[in-house]
Design a protein around this ligand. Structure first.
Ligand code: HEM
Length: 119
């Protein structure tokens, strides 16, 4: 009887270890899949969104749709507008006068991500 209970506990223990290992193996795979799902956007398509009505920017290899964000940005829209429809890493890194945006500003971009930039 004791041998049976010990055996059952042994099996249950290793079954839970196996479940945990399987879950941890799946987690990074699903993150990678999410990245893989991002659409590829080239310079030609990007350039079709060069206005305040539809403003996309490529920043450090990713493409963002900032149309809805521009009214929230703490400057008049005319400050971001010239960067719409193009590679805008310099705009993000310099704010147009040589000072980088805060880490908080960089973190906000995630919400507007729509694709990866293919040159
Ligand atoms: C790429 C074109 C952009 C330009 C030229 C630009 C320029 C500026 C300027 C002139 C300021 C105000 C002055 C200052 O705080 O030093 C500012 C502040 C700010 N911008 Fe931008 N911006 C751009 C894109 C963005 C984007 C894409 C985001 C976020 C999604 C963003 C978020 C912010 C925030 C949160 C501030 C407040 C200060 C800070 O956190 O750094 N900006 N930006």
């Amino acid at each position: 009887m004791i041998a049976r209970v010990t055996f059952a506990a042994f099996v249950a223990f290793w079954a839970s270890v196996a479940t945990l290992l399987a879950l941890s193996a799946l987690a990074p795979a699903s993150v990678a899949d999410e990245r893989h799902d991002l659409r590829e956007i080239d310079a030609e398509e990007l350039a079709e969104h060069a206005s305040l009505e539809s403003c996309w920017m490529a920043i450090e290899g990713k493409v963002y749709d900032f149309t809805d964000y521009i009214p929230e940005h703490p400057t008049p829209p005319s400050v971001m507008e010239p960067w719409c429809g193009r590679e805008a890493t310099e705009g993000m890194r310099t704010k147009g006068y040589g000072r980088d945006h805060s880490p908080a500003a960089w973190a906000m971009m995630e919400d507007y991500l729509i694709g990866v930039f293919v040159d």
